[in-house]
Ligand binder design. Structure first.
Ligand code: DC
Length: 224
């Protein structure tokens, strides 16, 4: 049976950075499920669909063929045959992904794709509902979080490092709004699975978080 590691947590907690590093260390495949919700959101935006129009979203879902490939170990997301990986990490697409991931038609489609990927492959999968819904039998479950202030500051630094304009208060407000939506939707809301280990990275750097989670994985595998 494949070894599955689930990492859930709110936006900006560092899940993808940590999961990518750990996947490399362990030789596992890193599955970024947020990128799949972003790909669907990208499609809805491209089609001019309103985030609140559930009927239009339901009708559009079947037109969005989202597939995942791994090229040089990195996840590439294809939408209807086109590699759109580079267009997914904008605030606009992230907010649309949060808003449209509440719909069962969107979730059902992507969850089955994620479960197929994890069935035969050792994966580290990150998202919001991995430990609670997608991979309930994952051998390791982590709930990675950090304070809103820390997450907003990290995002602010990331944008300013790239020379992009950034407004700390606006970033913090967006994060709070997204947290609320992700945690309060009806279908598989973001919450810590009962058997997940809580890691609060507010006062930790990347190396410390990787080491902490690596310790949990090694213990589970009997390598500690
Ligand atoms: O992790 P991210 O910021 O790329 O995710 C974008 C949005 O997608 C997030 O706000 C909620 C949704 N999402 C989800 O509902 N379930 C997941 N497993 C991953 C992401």
């Amino acid at each position: 049976m494949a070894f599955n590691i689930a990492i859930d947590g709110p936006a900006g907690a560092g899940k993808s950075t940590i999961a990518k590093t750990l996947a490399k260390e362990l030789g596992y495949v890193y599955v970024d499920t947020g990128a799949m919700y972003r790909a669907m959101a990208y499609y809805f935006l491209d089609q001019g669909i309103d985030k609140d129009d559930e009927a239009a979203i339901n009708a559009a879902v079947s037109g969005a063929d989202v597939t995942i490939r791994y090229e040089d170990g990195a996840q590439q997301v294809y939408l209807n045959g086109e590699n759109i990986t580079g267009s997914l990490r904008t605030e606009q697409v992230g907010n649309m992904a949060s808003a449209t991931s509440i719909y069962p038609a969107v979730r059902t489609k992507l969850v089955s794709l994620q479960q197929k990927l994890a069935k035969t492959t050792d994966v580290i999968m990150d998202g919001r509902d991995i430990g609670t819904c997608v991979l309930p039998d994952a051998q390791v479950k982590i709930y990675l979080t950090a304070s809103v202030e820390t997450r907003a500051k990290r995002r602010f630094d990331e944008l300013t490092d790239k020379g992009e304009p950034a407004d700390l208060a606006k970033i913090a407000a967006d994060i709070e709004e997204r947290d609320y939506r992700d945690m309060h939707r009806d279908m598989s809301p973001l919450r810590q699975a009962e058997d997940a280990v809580l890691v609060d990275s507010s006062e930790m750097n990347i190396e410390e978080v990787v080491a902490a989670i690596r310790g949990i994985v090694d213990e589970k595998k009997g390598n500690a």
